[in-house]
Design a protein around this ligand. Structure first.
Ligand code: SF4
Length: 206
């Protein structure tokens, strides 16, 4: 494999999660069969609707982003782990930027990453491998059952790791006042959780 289906590449700030607010270069891969009803990147689902781009091209763009001040690369989607990411990571690693992954965790891990943001979905929970190696657990909240699921994922993470457990984040669903209130009230009473906000949406940036 020396190409991957790519929806888009872009420079922006990381809008959500622990690294929110930092300069990043994004590679959004195409293809996702997780089918979240509230997905805000449904255009990324059909892999065939997006061009195959060579890893050499992606590497050149990443090098340019590094020269432009990007602090890290975010491999996102779609669901990036539908693809084997070994070769992409090998090629990008030589450029020196930390590699971050955003995944729902439904597939086995491939590639080597410096930061893994795992966003488990209730209707398709992640595999244990991802639960054991993620750096942050980011749960989207629409209703009370999402909080129960969030706690079950946090417990599964603690059970799966030997040493450091993941940072725990609750992220209100987009345009969902009920989710916002649930997440805020939960974080107020549970100090091991913190709020993650999609700040890029507020700012009107990508
Ligand atoms: S896993 Fe991500 S890209 Fe796939 S449907 Fe869910 S939110 Fe959308």
């Amino acid at each position: 494999m020396n190409s991957l289906p790519v929806v888009e590449t872009f420079r922006s700030i990381q809008g959500e999660g622990i690294h929110s607010g930092r300069s990043a270069f994004f590679i959004r891969l195409a293809g996702c069969n997780v089918a979240c009803s509230w997905c805000d990147t449904k255009h990324s689902w059909p892999q065939s609707a997006h061009p195959q781009r060579s890893l050499a091209e992606l590497s050149a763009e990443t090098a340019a982003a590094a020269a432009d001040g990007a602090a890290f690369v975010v491999i996102t989607g779609g669901e990036p782990l539908h693809h084997n990411l070994d070769e992409l990571c090998e090629i990008l690693a030589v450029l020196g930027l930390p590699l971050h992954l955003e995944t729902s965790g439904v597939d086995p891990l491939s590639g080597k990453f410096d930061w893994i943001s795992l966003s488990p979905k209730r209707h398709k929970p992640p595999c244990n491998e991802l639960l054991s190696c993620c750096d942050e657990l980011k749960l989207v909240v629409h209703e009370a059952a999402d909080l129960e699921f969030a706690e079950s994922m946090a417990a599964a993470n603690i059970a799966a790791v030997n040493q450091k457990s993941a940072a725990l984040l609750l992220q209100p669903g987009a345009d969902c006042p009920a989710g916002r209130d649930l997440a805020i009230n939960y974080v107020l009473k549970h100090p091991n959780w913190r709020l993650s906000l999609q700040t890029h949406k507020w700012l009107g940036v990508q």
